[in-house]
Design a binder for this molecule. Structure first.
Ligand SMILES: [Cu+2]
Length: 162
């Protein structure tokens, strides 16, 4: 969408992107050469457990590693989803490498952060403060948006587009 504003004798044009577009393009946090995009958590049905997703882009030339996830309340674990002998289950992953020049996307069906021991279910419109601790770059502080399930599906479809 294009907006026009008058500044004295100058007429300036600037483009305003929608929230959905910004979520894809503007990092929600940075640390060193790392940029964090699109941090969200689907509203939870369970009272004390939820999952959380984000994307990390390593713009540097050295690999980094996500080593810890800090929460204000409850505890967080890094999980992957694996299928063995036809059974799909979650598996604890101790650390997550972020290769140089690469993008690592946490998304439903794969890597995710499991939030446990929450005092209340996550509600749509809320935000979850999270500290992502990287071995080289230090902490990236992120406010993850709590989204409806259909918003999550929309994001996945948008992310899958070329
Ligand atoms: Cu899990």
């Amino acid at each position: 969408m294009r907006y026009w504003i008058h500044v004295g004798p100058l007429l300036l044009a600037f483009n305003v992107t929608t929230c959905a577009e910004q979520a894809e393009r503007v990092p929600v946090a940075t640390a060193g050469d790392l940029s964090i995009y699109d941090a969200y958590a689907p509203a939870s049905a369970a009272p004390d457990v939820a999952s959380l997703y984000f994307t990390v882009v390593n713009g540097g030339s050295v690999e980094d590693t996500l080593i810890e996830i800090r929460l204000v309340e409850g505890r967080a674990e890094l999980h992957d989803v694996v299928t063995e002998e036809g059974l799909t289950r979650m598996q604890h992953v101790p650390v997550l490498p972020i290769p140089a020049g690469d993008t690592v996307r946490l998304a439903p069906g794969g890597y995710h952060v499991m939030l446990m021991g929450l005092s209340a279910p996550l509600e749509v419109g809320g935000r979850v403060p999270v500290g992502l601790v990287f071995a080289r770059s230090g902490i990236a502080r992120v406010l993850a948006q709590v989204l409806t399930y259909s918003d999550v599906v929309e994001r996945l479809e948008a992310a899958a587009e070329p």
